[in-house]
Design a binder for this molecule. Sequence first.
Ligand code: HXC
Length: 257
Amino acid sequence: MEFIKVTPNYAPHIALIELNRPKELNALNLQLMGELRDALKALDQEDEVRVIVITGNERAFAAGADIKQMAGKGTIDMWKVDQFSTWDQINKTRKPIIAAVSGFALGGGCELAMSCDMIVASETAQFGQPEIKIGVMPGAGGTQRLTRAIGKAKAMELVLTGRFIKAEEALSYGLINQIVPVELYLEESIKLAKEIASMSPIATQMAKEAVKRSFETHLDEGLHFERKNFYMLFAAEDQKEGMNAFVEKRKPEFKGK
Ligand code: HXC
């Protein structure tokens, strides 16, 4: 891996993926995205891993897709590359993913953060969809995910003006989960990951799947899907362990079985 660093056992049950093109502010070129796809696919299969944290560095989570790589391309070049099948893997990942964001999360970088399940932001984080300023528009889900996250009025404003918003504003719109001091953004993300990793991994993955379904369907079908996952969890040893532990007044020990 040249442009990302993967630490599968960064903490018990927690894998860390660091985007690693610091000079280019972690601009997401095709190779980086391919590496990210492969890493997510592998970590999703790894039983030991329960939660995945994706981060950049203090200055940039990612400043977008690599403009230099795209500048000379035509429609058919872009179509042939089919880069969005790479992005689809992020969406298919079953395990919860936390984006630990500091500095710029712009364009594809903002879309990558929004493709994760939760965003922990440092007080220096800035989010935006500035594609309009370079003559294009979001292409990796920005118009859809941003609108679902913060509503039409603000999404339209950000997509049409390309304005960046700071962490405070992002929090007020419900785009991110929390703001933490810059020196703590990774630590706090791992803390949140640890809390989730202490639950049954089967239950967290089924719950994640059901929450995501709410964006894709109407209420009746979403409730039906939720119910199916709820019933399915009663086939897991973790359900017995969790409920018995409550009755016996002890801490549960989930095994992912
Ligand atoms: C390629 C990038 C880049 C990008 C920064 N760099 N962003 N290279 N693609 N998206 C490079 C710069 O060219 C520069 O390299 C180095 O990183 C440092 O950036 P500076 O501009 O010198 O830093 P600064 O003045 O601090 O400005 C930071 C910035 C600015 C505000 C984030 O870099 C910026 O506006 N970047 C582009 C943001 C953007 O438009 N993103 C959307 C891309 S389109 P050199 O070699 O010159 O020093 C997109 C579409 C997604 O994401 C569609 C799905 C794939």
